[in-house]
Structures are given as C-alpha cells and as structure tokens.
Design a protein around this ligand. Structure first.
Ligand code: URA
Length: 293
C-alpha cells in the first residue's frame, strides 16, 4: 500500500526538525516509549561470544573510564555505565547541587559548577546557561524567575523586550547594568516557558543562594512572585507583597530584600507600571540611605 503524506517513519529532515522544535516549544521534555524499559537490567552474560548480536547495546568509550592495560581481557559482561546524575532522583540531584555550590569559592567557580551540573533536566532543553549579567561588585542584586526565549538565546538574564524595559526602569532611578548584578532563580529556560516543577526549583536553589553569598550585595531586589517564595519562604501573593522590604537571611547575614513586579509581567500588564515606579523609588530611597561606599 502506498502512503501519500509523510508518516512517522518517513519524515524529511526539515519536517522532523520542525516537529521536534514544536515539541520543545510546547514544553515536551521527555520522550516515552510505548513499552517500559528497565535500563538497569544487566544484559545476559556476554562471555558467550554468540550472546553479542547486532541488537546488543554497544559499550561506549567514556573519557572517565579507567583504561585497560594492553593484554588485559575485556570485561566479560556488558554493564550499563554508572547512571548519569540526570537519572538519579531529585533528592540525590539536590544533594549534588548543594555540594557543588558549597565547593565554589568564587563566582567563576560557581558558574563552572552550574554549567557542569547534570542533574536538572532543564539543562537538556535549554540552548544556553543563563548565569548572570551586570556588575558582580554592585550593591544591588536583582533576581528574576527564569530565562525566557530571548535569555536562552543570548545567555544573559533579562534580554529581549523585558530586558529593555528593565533597562529603562533602572535608568529612571539613575542605574544601569554597571550598577546592578542580575541573575535568575533558574539558570536554564523551562521549555516553552512552562512553570518550573518543585524538583527543578529545589535543585537550582543551592546555586542561587551561593551566588547571593558570593556576590554579597547590600540590597536584593526580587522580581516576580517566585523569588520571594523560594528565597524568603514567603507565600504572600505578589500584589500584596510587592513594594515590601523583608530580610533575606542566610549564612549568618541579613540582606534587605525588596519584592517588585517583574518587567515581563509589566509588558503584559502595562497599566501596573505605576506600581513598579513606586517600587523603584523605594529602591532609590534605600540606596540613598546607605550613602556612598
Ligand atoms: N527575564 C529574565 O531573565 N527573568 C525573568 O524573571 C523575566 C524575564
């Protein structure tokens, strides 16, 4: 029987690419087969030469695998490689994130640690790590929620239209990116801008808290409702919380934190800009109180 249109098996390269791009945009992050597979099950003993067939999984060479010395017999049994961190459960990934974050003594080291962290599935769908922008020595650190598509492409927080709006907001109180340090709760874009799940938030938390610790700003600005929830443990709805100063407490220090509306939100609801202006004025006043350094 001939088939007219493309089938699942018969997509052109361009069609397959377009379809995959659509899935990623739509937030598909896992490919599930119809049949479940036990990836931990050992293959039958491959010592018997005829156990190796074309279908048998092939050993891949790992750069980290200890090399065999010449003349040493190859392993008799195929064993799956140690599970990648991404295969571990959230609790294990959170634990690894904590250790990596604690071990980073500088922001450069932290950036490297985050880039090498394999436990968060968001990393697989993101184009780039979005770690920071602005001035690491700034007195103010602004923390947003998560990268969107512009940030994912550019690799910096608050890029694109939201970034341009943020720049205009900062300029209104005589600040620019040389006077502020920018980061997000999550350093990778959730596919299709979906809400991050609790596991993703929890495994990224050690990184952003260490980033705050290493930057050691005098003031924190939390843009949007998710950052105060994660960093201050406050669940108050954003409309009531914005404009309020709350202490961020960690590692024996306390940093005043102002919650404000996020530029992304203001793009969608421009009528709320007057509230953002009030928040910016509160920030400017607080900076004035701190005086010159
Ligand atoms: N862009 C970011 O980088 N973070 C936000 O929270 C919103 C837009």
């Amino acid at each position: 029987m001939t088939q007219s249109g493309p089938t699942e098996q018969n997509l052109s390269r361009e069609e397959a690419f377009a379809r995959l791009s659509f899935y990623v945009e739509a937030g598909v992050s896992d490919h599930l087969a119809d049949e479940s597979q036990n990836r931990y099950q050992l293959e039958p003993d491959a010592a018997a030469p005829d156990a190796v067939t074309d279908e048998a999984p092939r050993r891949t060479t790992s750069r980290n695998a200890p090399s065999r010395s010449m003349g040493e017999a190859p392993p008799a049994v195929f064993r799956p490689s140690a599970p990648a961190v991404s295969a571990l459960d959230d609790a294990a990934a959170i634990d690894i994130a904590r250790q990596l974050a604690a071990g980073a003594a500088t922001l450069d080291a932290l950036r490297e640690a985050v880039a090498g962290f394999d436990g968060c599935s968001l990393r697989k769908t993101a184009k780039n790590l979005v770690f920071e922008d602005g001035n690491r020595q700034a007195r103010v650190m602004l923390i947003g929620e998560a990268p969107g598509s512009d940030e994912d492409i550019d690799g910096v927080p608050f890029a694109g239209e939201a970034g341009r709006l943020l720049d205009r907001m900062l300029a209104a109180i005589d600040l620019d990116r040389s006077g502020i340090y920018l980061a997000n709760l999550l350093p990778w874009r959730p596919p299709g801008n979906r809400a991050p799940n609790p596991g993703e938030l929890a495994m990224c938390l050690p990184f952003i808290t260490r980033q705050i610790e290493l930057c050691a700003p005098e003031i924190l600005v939390l843009a949007g409702g998710l950052a105060p929830k994660q960093l201050l443990g406050i669940d108050t709805p954003l409309p009531r919380l914005r404009g309020q100063w709350k202490p961020y407490r960690a590692s024996g220090t306390e940093i005043p934190a102002l919650t404000m509306l996020s530029p992304q939100f203001l793009l969608d609801y421009p009528g709320q800009k007057k509230l953002a202006w009030q928040d910016l004025q509160a920030l400017q006043a607080r900076l004035g109180e701190l005086g010159d350094r």
